[in-house]
Write a protein that binds this ligand. Sequence first.
Ligand code: HEC
Length: 221
Amino acid sequence: MSEDNPDVLNLPGIDESKASDESIVKVHSRIRRQRVAGSAVAFFSSTAFIIVLTFGWFQLRRHTAGYDPQMYLSERGDIHAFLNYVPAGAGVEKTPFEIGQELYMMRCSSCHQVNGEGMAGNFPPLAGSEWVLHEDAALPIKIVLAGIAGPITVMGQQYNSNMASVVGDLEDRDVANIVTYIRQSWGNEASEVTADQVASVKEEIGSRGPWTAEELQSYFE
Ligand code: HEC
């Protein structure tokens, strides 16, 4: 090792024969200085990375719609999920029985009561009534279409009152739904009624006032 050779630092490598302690220290300090430049690059690139992440986060928050699968219909599974998506309560078809029940609540339950028991002395019961349960559904259809007035015996009890037609502008289908409902509720078990049956009873009786029980007595002979 020769001492004080000023050329040492200009050499591309370290020539051991020419290196002095001092020159080695100088080389190392240069290398350290380069390291400082390297950490500046690391500093700026990580700052840029943080900026990208931060903007990315805001972008995602703004455009992902809460990662709701309904928003992404590119996947087959997602399309399937969308097509099966039913908002609560919407588009659910009511059965004829359920429609009949609703109509019964609106048009009949004030007199015959929600439980179909009627009110002793005033309104005859429909639950268990031989008029409702008759195997020929034309009987209850006739009563519902035109009403009934005067003395009538229901389940051994006498009534003498008056029920006007409560059908109003209901379609045949809905009259059928009501009669089906009273024939199949509260333990009643009789056949379902169709709109066609209602239409043919309508045609048979035309427009007329309330029946008397006597006029319909032939159903029990
Ligand atoms: C305003 C009260 C009232 C309403 C509303 C009413 N009814 Fe009646 N209903 C009566 C009365 C009273 C009688 C008995 C009439 C009589 O004494 O001749 C009767 C008799 C009947 C009968 C024959 C007797 C029996 O108990 O089985 C049937 C069937 C019947 N109603 C069904 C219905 C249906 C279905 C509705 C709704 C679409 C309805 N009623 C709405 C008062 C009412």
